[in-house]
Design a protein around this ligand. Structure first.
Ligand code: SF4
Length: 223
């Protein structure tokens, strides 16, 4: 899903436990402003690396923890500020890959978003119960800074046909704070966004039946 800008500042990350803005994340991709990854205009951040292996995963090139690029939280927040100033964002979306696998970085980014008045939408392959059971305090920090969680692994046998932005019917939407609630936007048709950035074509969103088109982005990287 998204792209990098001319300075290549928008792809990257790696989580660890330093003090907040110095944390480095390994990030696959950042799209500064999209309307195809959650309600309203959002900054979308794809974390690189996922320990899960859902059959039919549409982002297989985001699964290794060795790809992507490294960015500090400060650098990500700079992209966020720039986009928010230009686009008046409603929020940010964290997806991947698995954002909770880099929970410290994701939590710091989410906290920075909320401090800027933005809402935080998190996609995780783990269920809410599994996340709450994790011993990693950074995961709990991330949940505390999340307004909307879409949880659970992608199940290719249950493609979602009704709810927008959701891959499979087993995945649940949790509104974790009063800042967000269900509205009709979650039932509108899915959309695709296509960008030409330098020599790259970046495609994000859902073309149909929850099938992500990030492969188009991957293809553009191999030229
Ligand atoms: S959790 Fe998401 S990124 Fe990870 S394997 Fe499943 S579908 Fe792919």
């Amino acid at each position: 899903m998204t792209h990098r800008d001319a300075g290549s500042l928008e792809r990257k990350v790696v989580g660890s436990s330093l003090a907040s803005t110095d944390i480095v994340a390994r990030i696959a991709l950042i799209v500064p402003c999209t309307e195809a990854e959650g309600p309203g205009r959002r900054l979308a951040i794809w974390f690189q690396g996922c320990p899960l292996r859902c059959p039919g995963c549409c982002n297989p090139h985001f699964l290794p923890f060795t790809g992507g690029e490294e960015l500090t939280v400060t650098e990500v927040l700079r992209v966020m500020d720039d986009s928010h100033q230009r686009n008046q964002l409603e929020g940010i979306t964290l997806l991947g890959g698995e954002p909770t696998a880099q929970a410290a970085a994701a939590a710091a980014i989410a906290r920075g978003a909320q401090e800027r008045g933005l809402t935080v939408l998190l996609f995780s392959g783990y269920t809410l119960e599994q996340l709450r059971d994790k011993q990693d305090p950074a995961v709990h920090d991330l949940l505390a800074c999340t307004d909307i969680l879409v949880d659970g692994p992608y199940d290719q046998t249950q493609p979602e046909t009704r709810r927008r932005w959701i891959g499979s019917a087993n995945q649940r939407i949790h509104f974790l704070t009063p800042r967000c609630s269900w509205d009709e936007r979650w039932l509108q048709k899915n959309t695709l966004e296509i960008r030409l950035v330098g020599k790259e074509i970046i495609v994000n969103g859902y073309p149909a039946s929850g099938t992500r088109m990030i492969r188009q982005w991957q293809k553009s990287q191999t030229r």
